[in-house]
Design a protein around this ligand. Structure first.
Ligand code: MN
Length: 214
């Protein structure tokens, strides 16, 4: 009897702790796999400190609120201030880490390639336009290749945690232009960091996002 009284509340407590909150996703490659474009040290800080920090903070903020059992996209669309900032940064980073690869498909293909030629003239012109947008974004934020449901492409810059979802657009490709994304490897040279990042973009992922848009 005493044994049961002790064990049952313990099991209930453990279950509640496991059920609440988001789990950080591991990087889909080794920490040193993207060097020399992104060093192991840079990725360890970016993933383990910055990204995991957003997950931890989000979990703290949503406990006991209606957001606690919502999918992250719903939180992003329905929240503001700190909850929005941390939820959007979690989503943005998962999206960003997923599109990088040590063995990337080097060019877009299929319907996305056709759309890039139609809307930007060439892949090089698209990259140059995104590089310019990254240079022009004052402070922290993201530069996105986005599409609408009709498949028309455009470039969108968002400040801080901003996301295309809040602009009614579908994100295809994200460039993280927060200083924390490049300062360890490139110091203040954001333009160089963005130019080099293209070597890691896995267009296989971007092609699939374009074909799955909805
Ligand atoms: Mn970042």
């Amino acid at each position: 009897m005493f044994y049961r009284l002790l064990i049952i509340p313990l099991i209930m407590t453990m279950t509640v702790q496991v059920a609440v909150g988001f789990e950080p996703k591991p990087l889909p490659y080794a920490y040193d796999a993207l060097a020399p474009v992104l060093s192991e040290e840079s990725l360890r800080y970016h993933h383990d400190k910055h990204y995991v920090g957003y997950v931890t903070k989000l979990n703290e903020l949503i406990v006991g609120t209606p957001f606690a059992d919502q999918p992250i996209e719903e939180i992003i669309l329905g929240s503001d201030r700190a909850i929005f900032n941390n939820a959007a940064q979690v989503w943005n980073h998962e999206f960003y880490f997923e599109e990088l690869s040590p063995d990337p498909q080097p060019q877009p293909s299929g319907p996305l390639l056709v759309a890039i030629h139609r809307d930007f003239g060439s892949v090089e012109a698209l990259k140059e336009a995104m590089n310019r947008a990254a240079a022009d974004l004052f402070g922290s934020g993201w530069v996105w290749l986005v599409t609408n449901e009709e498949g028309e492409l455009s470039i969108l810059s968002t400040r801080n945690a901003g996301t295309p979802m809040r602009h009614g657009m579908i994100p295809l490709l994200a460039l993280d232009v927060w200083e924390h994304a490049y300062y360890i490897d490139y110091r203040n040279r954001r333009a160089d960091a963005v130019k080099e990042l293209w070597h890691l973009i896995d267009w296989r992922v971007v092609d699939a996002r374009y074909e799955d848009r909805s």
